[in-house]
Design a protein around this ligand. Structure first.
Ligand code: C2E
Ligand code: CA
Ligand code: CA
Length: 545
């Protein structure tokens, strides 16, 4: 009996669920309890199974918190309550008190006799002094620092592509990277400096009486160090930099200025450092303004959003055979937001999912119309990686095509920002589902990230769009590099039966070179900029009459 209660499979799976959750289950008749392995380790308990654990656990609890804990737990064991819920501090193996939220409940038999008491304790890391993984101070401790007295500088570091590092190598490997970086910072920081770990992959070096120049140099050294850590693949960090009192005199202002600077640095170039400035502050304000206006537009039935269409020509005949749908957005107050600008905001906030579904429906609505009117005109539209993280989008695309009776062979999905695609198995699965029905899949902006070749290996593509930067570089004097890149990509695609599109064709000269290389389709301002649907129709009709 005891065995079956304590040896539950659910216990195993919950016990391994998270690093900061501790599980226990107690057979109340025998007063024998079982604790998850991470509890035993972190709180230095005598073993996984403990008899009469109650008084032993009390020893761990901070003396100031014991009364409240006992009151709550006594109510459970006396039968007055069947739920235990309280917050208290408990001593860990390092001798430090950490805040826990403890919730448990009692299961009784039919006669009301209590059988099992089970629950979990969540470590409230944002209230704790030390981060248990790296043993560095937490942001909770940093908040207590007096920034209003004295002057100094602060560096905020973030690991580039940490989500990808975690996803491709596993959670434990990710932890090793965090520990290695914390060791590096402790080693390289000055004697007076304080190093903190914030949530996730961010770290702070606070230099009381230090300067921005000193911290910039530290940043360079950290990046050199991260290139060569034994047992780890090289990685890099980006950083934001402030000084106080110039950039703020309280924790919240300084943190927010640091976060904006780090964000700016990452956008410029990974492995970059950005000093807080007026420009960064203005940019942040604009992002906030645009984001609010975007949400308003979405709430008002996607008011202000519109699709433009850019013709794509068959390279042999130069006839319009396809068009790319490109999103535009304007409000009475905001007329100048570029797609790069507002789509990034939608991607960062996750709202690209809603807007992307609207784009897909609009694109298919036009595809349905043009399929009847013109025959054989394909419509492509852009899809961000995060839209594909759940299968819902693909299912909606399939059902919308069915409802509108669109021939899937005339619909193409362009995967943008493919460099962020870390779950290629999922992508491959979802794309195969579409390809079986006849939909076409294109990889956008090929060549902008090294990951593109890897993706090509894992995911079957129908079309590859060669990035504008190679195409536009073609006529630069003596530029053989772009020429040979395009030639090789086109040859490789031919062998793999993948069609190619050259984007960004602006001149006859480039067009002629591209055609001679054997690219399948042409797109660019030479033929037309993206235009509203009615204008695109006029273009097709002019060509056909
Ligand atoms: P993209 O998918 O690479 O789209 C091609 C971009 O190149 C378009 O910019 C187009 O106007 C521009 N372009 C085309 N031909 C030429 C040319 O000859 N010269 C030059 N200089 N530019 C040319 P646009 O419309 O500003 O879109 C920018 C990006 O925004 C797109 O790049 C795409 O990544 C993203 N985007 C646009 N619409 C959507 C959408 O509905 N969903 C998502 N997720 N992303 C979108
Ligand atoms: Ca595109
Ligand atoms: Ca592109």
């Amino acid at each position: 009996m005891t065995k079956s209660i304590l040896e539950n499979e659910l216990f195993e799976s919950f016990a391994n669920a998270s690093d900061n959750i501790y599980i226990y289950v107690c057979d109340m008749q025998k007063d024998l309890s079982r604790w998850s392995k991470n509890t035993v380790d972190y709180f230095d308990m005598e073993g996984e199974y403990i008899e009469s654990a109650g008084p032993k656990w009390i020893e761990h609890i901070h003396p100031d918190d014991r009364a409240a804990y006992l009151k709550d737990i006594d109510a459970v064991f006396s039968g007055a309550s069947n739920r235990h819920s309280c917050q208290y501090r408990a001593k860990n193996k390092y001798g430090d008190y950490v805040w826990l939220e403890c919730k448990g409940s009692v299961i009784s038999d039919e006669s009301g006799k209590p059988l099992v008491f089970a629950g979990l304790m969540t470590r409230l890391d944002n209230q704790n002094k030390y981060d248990p993984l790296t043993l560095l101070l937490t942001s909770y401790e940093m908040q207590k620092y007096e920034f209003s007295v004295g002057s100094g500088a602060i560096l905020l570091l973030g690991i580039n592509g940490f989500r990808k590092i975690n996803n491709t190598n596993g959670f434990l490997y990710g932890n090793k990277v965090l520990v290695a970086l914390s060791e590096c910072l402790t080693k390289l920081a000055g004697k007076e400096d304080r190093v903190y770990r914030l949530q996730g992959d961010e770290f702070i070096v606070l230099s009381p009486s230090g300067s921005k120049e000193q911290l910039s140099r530290l940043f360079e050294k950290v990046n050199d160090y991260c290139m060569n850590i034994r047992g780890l693949k090289s990685f890099s960090v980006s950083a934001g930099l402030v000084s106080y009192p110039e950039d703020g005199t309280d924790f919240n202002t300084l943190m927010s200025n640091l976060e904006h600077s780090l964000e700016y640095a990452k956008e410029q170039k990974q492995g970059w450092i950005a000093e807080f400035s007026e420009k960064i502050s203005k940019r942040h304000l604009r992002t906030g303004l645009l984001h609010e206006a975007l949400i308003q537009s979405i709430h008002n039935g996607f008011e202000g959003f519109e699709l433009y269409f850019q013709p794509i020509l068959d390279a042999k005949t130069k006839n319009i055979v396809e068009c790319e749908s490109l999103l535009r957005w304007k409000t009475p107050d905001i007329q100048d937001a570029t797609p790069y600008e507002f789509i990034k905001i939608l991607e960062d906030s996750g709202e690209i999912r809603e807007v992307g579904t609207w784009v897909m429906k609009e694109a298919l609505r036009h595809a349905a119309k043009w399929q009847k009117k013109y025959k054989n005109i394909s419509v492509s539209f852009n899809v961000s990686y995060i839209q594909l993280l759940d299968g819902e989008f693909i299912d909606k695309l399939i059902s919308t095509a069915q409802e509108l009776q669109v021939d899937p062979r005339l619909v193409m999905v362009e995967l943008t920002e493919s460099c962020n695609a870390d779950d290629t198995k999922m992508l491959s699965h979802q794309f195969n589902k579409l390809q079986k029905l006849g939909f076409k899949i294109a990889m956008d902006d090929f060549g902008t990230e090294y990951a593109s070749f890897g993706l090509l290996h894992d995911v079957t593509m129908d079309v590859l769009k060669i990035d504008q930067k190679f195409v536009r570089g073609l006529i630069r004097e003596g530029n053989m590099t772009d020429m040979s890149i395009i030639e090789n990509v086109v040859n490789m695609c031919r062998q793999l039966s993948i069609q190619t599109v050259a984007e960004g064709i602006e001149t006859e000269e480039i067009q002629d070179i591209i055609r001679s290389i054997g690219v399948s389709f042409l797109q660019g301002y030479l033929y037309s900029k993206p235009v509203p649907a009615a204008e695109f129709e006029r273009m097709v009709e002019a060509e056909r009459n």
